[in-house]
Design a protein around this ligand. Sequence first.
Ligand code: GDP
Length: 431
Amino acid sequence: VPTVAVVGRPNVGKSTLVNRILGRRAAVVQDEPGVTRDRVAYDAEWAGRDFSLVDTGGWDPDAEGMAKAIAAQAELAIKTADVVVFVVDSRVGATDADEAAARILHRAKKRVILVANKVDSERMNSDVADLWSLGLGEPYPISALHGRGSGDLLDQIVWAFPEKPTGQLKERGPRRVALVGKPNVGKSSLLNRIAGEDRAVVDNVAGTTVDPVDSLVEIDGDDWVLVDTAGLRKRVKFASGTEYYASLRTEHAVEAAEVVVVLLDASQPVAEQDQRVLTQAVESGRALVLAFNKWDLVDEDRRYYLEKEIDRELAQVAWAPRVNVSALTGRAVAKLAPALREALGGWGQRISTGELNQWISTLQAATPHPVRANKAPKVLFATQADTEPPRFILFTNAKFDKQYLKFIQRRLREDFGFPGTPIELVVKPRE
Ligand code: GDP
């Protein structure tokens, strides 16, 4: 069965939490640091999943003497655990010892659930946000004593278990691609070029789920699911309200996809309708590839103007991989695959907290935020809280200028890439 280790500094409430999970008073609890000396394992169960729950003594990685032995026990428990529940006292906040412990957990590459204990009432939830700074993801507020939030926490623990017995991670099915663009840009033509006119919409490939509205296709040797293609297959054209239906279709397709291909007509100037589709794609937070279709119609002259247009009109998506294709002739259609892979790579890219903070401090030393009202705004700590798309949280000592945020964002892309994905920067000023 999976093993869950509960670790944390002395007196943060580990044993109370263990009792809460077990639903009985099994662990020794005393309001005195270091009472639970040894690792103790209990059989536990939640939502039909059995697991072994390991209670550890107080964990202070920098401890001396007796406490050092207890710390070693905690570290052993972490090594053998599938999931680590790291408990922090929300009333105290993250101490130096907590930060040292968080670094060890980071290095251990274990699934860690960060618990903010002693959140006895709703209004204390705000203290919890500070614990993002530990770089262990979202902190879960609970009150082990009163049971507040413990059901949610148990859900999280059980969800974090490794996939069922096989031991190997379940492989992801084919990635989901949306083909969007204004009417007549060539979506149906491209789909038919990729999929072939007559092939069935639904291929029953074992282990893949494809909706009747999706198409399973092969591009450049890889399987992909083109989502929401039923309308494109049937070449449905709406006599009136075309715009409205087109934008509704874009919305559906984008929502169902991981990566979006926005098709543009290379033979025509970039139109307002193209911009609307692009904005929809960017705001969805999906990965993005730009495909310039009808390349067979592009001559030397047009190519020159197109480059200028791209610089001018498509600056907001300069980070998206670009391919020039012709659905008519089949030109470079296979090149879509590497572009899709590149964009999905950027979408899922993660920078470690250590690397990110080192980078930010170098950046700030070289180009500091302009001083405002006698204050030098600074990032105190940064963490990438999420991927798909990448989302960064910057803990700062003051509000930040938009310009400086844009600067950070630009440099993030220059130094780390993030091709084909929007990036979100969230500033949390501590004042
Ligand atoms: P959709 O509305 O985006 O699905 O566009 P269609 O696939 O129906 O294509 C609209 C028109 O553009 C049709 O007349 C196609 O034959 C034409 N078309 C599509 N792709 C190309 C291309 O690569 N080159 C050229 N010259 N014409 C194309």
